[in-house]
Design a protein around this ligand. Structure first.
Ligand SMILES: NC(=O)c1ccc[n+]([C@@H]2O[C@H](COP(=O)([O-])OP(=O)(O)OC[C@H]3O[C@@H](n4cnc5c(N)ncnc54)[C@H](OP(=O)(O)O)[C@@H]3O)[C@@H](O)[C@H]2O)c1
Length: 251
């Protein structure tokens, strides 16, 4: 996939991994639009990174996605690259009936159905370009579930499976299908996770960029490549190793 001259839409691009990816594309002379629910977060990202375009939007809300499709078509002639990065992460005890089921449903709606919704509504724009791409940000946990975050792990395993199907279906089209599978990365999302080494967003993006520019479709930076290998060679061992900790204290 070419690395410059694209119009790139990044969901959840106002912070963390999405913002680090946005900066990389910006450095490489692309047009970037970042989305998110919190407008002030997007405005801060824009003030810190002149040139970024922002659009308040929610991947669970079809009317907000349709408005984004219309705006990107009118203002930029459509997008070339869709990066499905928006996500939330809940650690909870499944035995605690006070943990609201609505939070689990929202996790599924954002992390699992969100990318599907975006692909559905942006497909006409992606098809109209000579070369375009979808990048789904899943997780190394797609290979080995993390028991403390059971719904999250399941959504990422689901995204991994869906991405493989999507790639196969679109293989003879103009649309490349990538999957970025980060290990633990130092962002607000995982601030509560104390016992794991964390990759910096910058290092993650260096790994992403190498794979992306070489059309390496499944990108597994840092410990995600070990999770992938071990999930095949010794699945029981790696599951136990990842899940040694006690469950978090229920709040
Ligand atoms: N950090 C890690 O260790 C790690 C590891 C593996 C995979 N990942 C994945 O990497 C992606 C980015 O996470 P991150 O670590 O960079 O966390 P982050 O800093 O919390 O970023 C997540 C972004 O998603 C946005 N978002 C959440 N719900 C949204 C919605 N409904 N519609 C649109 N935007 C929404 C958030 O902004 P608003 O709240 O303003 O909407 C936020 O900017 C996620 O898919 C995550 O699962 C992260």
């Amino acid at each position: 996939m070419k690395s410059s001259g694209n119009t790139v839409l990044i969901t959840g691009g106002g912070s963390g991994i999405g913002l680090a990816i946005a900066k990389k594309f910006l450095e490489n002379e692309n047009t970037i639009i970042i989305t998110g629910r919190n407008l002030s977060k997007l405005e801060k990202a824009q003030a810190d990174n002149p040139g970024l375009h922002i659009a308040q939007g929610d991947v669970t809300d079809v009317s907000s996605i349709k408005a984004l499709v219309e705006r990107t078509q009118d203002e930029f002639g459509g997008i070339d690259i869709l990066i499905n990065n928006a996500g939330i992460f809940h650690m909870f005890d499944v035995a605690d009936e006070d943990f609201p089921f609505e939070k689990q449903e929202l996790e599924i709606d954002i992390d699992f159905a969100g990318p599907m919704r975006m692909v559905h509504y942006f497909m006409p724009q992606l098809k109209q370009k000579q070369e375009s791409a979808i990048v789904n940000v899943s997780s190394g946990l797609a290979f080995v579930p993390f028991a403390m975050a059971p719904v999250y792990s399941a959504t990422k395993a689901g995204i991994h499976s869906w991405t493989k199907g999507l790639r196969r279906q679109l293989q003879s089209t103009n649309i490349h299908v990538f999957e970025l599978m980060p290990p633990v990365v130092d962002t607000d999302m995982v601030a509560e996770l104390k016992d794991f080494p964390k990759l910096s967003p910058q290092k993650l993006v260096d790994g992403f960029w190498k794979g992306f520019t070489k059309n390496q479709y499944e990108i597994t930076p840092g410990q995600s490549s070990q999770l992938k290998l071990m999930s095949r060679l010794a699945p029981g061992f790696i599951f136990k190793a990842l899940n040694k900790q006690d469950l978090p204290e229920v709040k």
